[in-house]
Design a protein around this ligand. Structure first.
Ligand SMILES: Nc1ncnc2c1ncn2[C@@H]1O[C@H](COP(=O)(O)OP(=O)(O)O)[C@@H](O)[C@H]1O
Ligand SMILES: [Mg+2]
Length: 323
């Protein structure tokens, strides 16, 4: 991993206008950086704005305000050849491999689409070689090339989605819950495969998950998102060993431990996450987590805590921590 920042997100906001004066603040002032070759995990419960954040970073959604810089260039201002190059460099792996792959296309056509658009093969022979090579890379083989998506399992479909993304020789992948829709028994295989590609190909990942256990091994740093904001961000091992935000602590204590004795002991100290994520249309004033937080004070219900550096590259937005 180098020190070069590849993606810089500054005060990014993405609000959806729902009409009748109602605005849904899906991403509400988010800042982070990702260095080249690094994996940043982005976690939070469903509805916290992870997908919106990932897609806005890729320029798939217009931003409301703030900036996304890819190699120093404003993603939302790219045009012409620079936009074309960015669309090759930065790829999205979808959560749902069923919905994201065209059922009328053969696997070969799905994988070759980007190769053709970006002229990455000089002739038909090289194109075929590349398709076979990519199938091999993701653990499939050339016999699969002329089949259709419905003939494959969920895990195989996600492998095809990964091959499609890698076909254009990207630099950065936004992985939007790449294993959530898969059978638990194959989730680790797919994550390990993704980690392997990152190391071999020097890729940069924004790895989105709703569950902290899923990003634990894959991430160098982890950002925890709650209702449109990052509430804590730090190195992966630091987050797991010293979680500071009550929301992070609650997410961590929701991860089951396979040892029944430890699990039983933990019952007493477990921080339960009660209630649901409030609506981002009318989010509560002050800290948005206050309504679910056992430590909340009057201040938390009135003022919004900022993300503060508490040392050793650990940032947290919580008044009970930043005393
Ligand atoms: N295209 C859209 N139009 C309006 N609201 C949206 C749209 N996409 C997402 N949202 C809303 O934005 C919030 C964040 O959604 P999302 O980014 O999908 O969260 P996550 O990926 O963390 O589950 C949710 O309240 C969701 O309903
Ligand atoms: Mg999502």
């Amino acid at each position: 991993m180098s020190d070069n920042v590849i993606l810089e997100v500054k005060n990014l906001k993405k609000h959806f206008d729902l009409g009748h004066g109602r605005v849904l603040k899906a991403v509400d002032d988010v800042s982070f950086t990702i260095r080249e070759g690094e994996t940043l995990g982005l976690v939070g419960e469903s509805g916290c704005g992870k997908t919106t954040c990932g897609r806005t970073c890729l320029g798939m959604y217009k931003k409301t305000s703030g900036q996304v810089l890819y190699k120093g260039k404003d993603v939302h201002a790219l045009k012409g050849a620079e936009l074309f190059a960015f669309k090759k460099d930065a790829q999205l792996i979808f959560q749902d491999p069923y919905a994201s792959l065209d059922p009328r296309m053969t696997v070969s056509d799905i994988i070759a689409e980007g190769i053709d658009v970006h002229h990455l093969a000089k002739d038909h022979g090289e194109r075929t070689e590349r398709i076979y090579g990519l199938l091999n890379l993701v653990g499939l083989n050339k016999e699969h090339a002329n089949r259709f998506i419905h003939e494959f399992s969920g895990g195989q479909r996600q492998r095809i989605g990964i091959a499609r993304a890698l076909a254009v020789q990207p630099k950065m992948l936004v992985l939007d819950e790449p294993i959530s829709a898969l059978d638990v028994s194959i989730q680790a295989q797919v994550v390990n495969m993704l980690i392997g590609f990152q190391q071999e190909l020097g890729l940069t990942y924004l790895f989105i998950a709703h569950d902290l256990s899923m990003v634990k091994h894959a991430s160098d740093r982890v950002a925890v998102m709650y209702l449109g904001n990052i509430v804590e961000i730090t190195r992966s091992e630091e987050l797991y060993s010293h979680p500071l935000h009550p929301y992070t602590q609650a997410l961590l204590s929701a991860i089951p431990i396979p040892d029944p004795v430890i699990e039983k002991q933990r019952e007493n100290t477990r921080i339960r996450l009660e209630g649901e994520v409030p609506s981002p249309i009318n989010p509560p004033a002050g800290c948005k987590f206050a309504g679910r937080c056992r430590y909340a004070t009057d201040r938390c219900r009135q003022e919004t805590p900022k993300l503060v550096d508490v040392g050793s590259d650990h940032h947290v937005a919580c008044f009970t921590v930043n005393r």
